[in-house]
Design a protein around this ligand. Structure first.
Ligand SMILES: Cc1cc2nc3c(=O)[nH]c(=O)nc-3n(C[C@H](O)[C@H](O)[C@H](O)COP(=O)(O)OP(=O)(O)OC[C@H]3O[C@@H](n4cnc5c(N)ncnc54)[C@H](O)[C@@H]3O)c2cc1C
Length: 313
């Protein structure tokens, strides 16, 4: 079994660390910030391969993410994962490429659930609450996380180093393909929003709308705006008002605003899961880190096993 350093404590780093530990490896996680303070803490964390080009690998990752999160929802309440009915506006592009990965997919009339559209794709989907899920993942680790900033992956100890640094990989690997895509959300008391169904309308990328219920609050979004650099923009007050207006236009009255949260999705034309010598990269999950994390982590575990087999051979 290998001794492995995992760089990054967001949802990708923690999911990867837990998967490698379960495979029998000795795992050390090193990160500059807790995931709840980075992009992972800003997420709606609903399963859905949003903005991801479908392909063989992506389908496999999405399907494994679905299976693992659904299993957690059904067996481990303290992990903070629940099953919702996810309802996404039909964009007229036919059955979604990920359709075979989900349970109970059907095209339904939108009716009063979302009067701004005619039809919705409805399916069961797991949703994680980052504030519960991230600490639960951390609690699975045998060794405490080391809080420090890496300047070179190559300098880290262990047989292998797993690079799960999200947007941080731009600097660490000089990866110019990585772009931060800003998302702002408004978290409110439930009001009269549906608490068992999530709504999503991605038809107009300049006025994206989603409503994702948590156990005691609702996360409303949003926006997808590529930005330069890695500084999260300050709250856009006009956007906060627009998100609340979009919610009312859909026929719902949100409860009191609890907080506004922003994050930068680590977007890349293709997610990078590959080995380069003793470094294994696992970053660039854009708006789908919760959706794809477990599937990518299993692929990392396979790359680690292959490295070990070659080293022995
Ligand atoms: C508004 C919004 C809504 C979203 N909704 C969803 C959703 O509904 N479903 C879904 O699947 N996804 C969603 N996402 C996307 C999801 O949040 C991301 O894909 C995911 O959080 C990326 O995780 P990560 O671990 O790669 O990055 P991060 O969470 O950014 O973690 C990176 C980690 O690496 C560390 N790090 C970076 N550089 C260094 C360094 N040099 N040295 C040491 N440590 C370093 C950081 O400190 C941190 O611990 C959403 C994102 C946003 C912004």
């Amino acid at each position: 079994m290998a001794e492995v350093t995992v760089a990054g404590a967001g949802v990708i780093g923690l999911t990867t660390a837990v998967t490698l530990q379960r495979a029998g490896h000795v795992v050390h996680v090193v990160a500059s910030q807790p995931g709840l303070e980075t992009t992972s803490g800003a997420a709606g964390a609903l399963w859905g391969p949003v903005g991801i080009a479908g392909g063989g690998r992506e389908f496999r990752w999405a399907m494994r993410g679905y299976q693992v999160l659904m299993e957690l929802a059904r067996t481990t309440p303290k992990a903070g994962v629940d099953v919702l009915r996810s309802c996404e506006v039909d964009e007229g592009t036919g059955r979604p490429w990920w359709g075979d990965a989900v349970e109970q997919l059907e095209l339904i009339p939108a009716g009063s659930l979302y009067p701004l559209a005619s039809h919705l794709w409805s399916f069961l989907a797991p949703r994680a609450e980052p504030a519960l899920f991230m600490p639960w993942l951390e609690a699975q680790l045998a060794a405490p996380i080391q809080w420090r900033t890496l300047s070179r992956l190559e300098d880290e100890p262990g047989d292998l180093v797993i690079n799960c640094t999200g947007l941080g990989a731009r600097r660490l690997c000089g990866d110019g393909d990585l772009v931060g895509v800003w998302g702002q959300t408004v978290i409110t008391e439930p009001g009269n929003l549906p608490m068992a169904a999530a709504l999503g309308d991605e038809r107009d990328q300049s006025a994206v709308f989603y409503s994702i219920p948590r156990r005691a609050e609702v996360l409303l979004g949003g926006c997808r705006v590529p930005v330069e650099g890695d500084t999260v923009p300050a709250e856009d007050v006009a956007l906060t008002a627009a998100i609340l207006a979009r919610t009312r236009a859909a026929g719902y009255e949100p409860g009191a605003v609890l907080r506004v949260r922003s994050g930068l999705r680590p977007a890349r034309p293709r997610i990078r899961v590959e080995r380069e010598g003793r470094i294994v990269h696992n970053y660039g999950h854009g708006g789908a880190g919760y959706t794809l994390g477990w599937g990518c982590a299993e692929e990392v575990a396979a790359l680690v096993a292959e490295f070990e087999a070659q080293s022995v051979g």
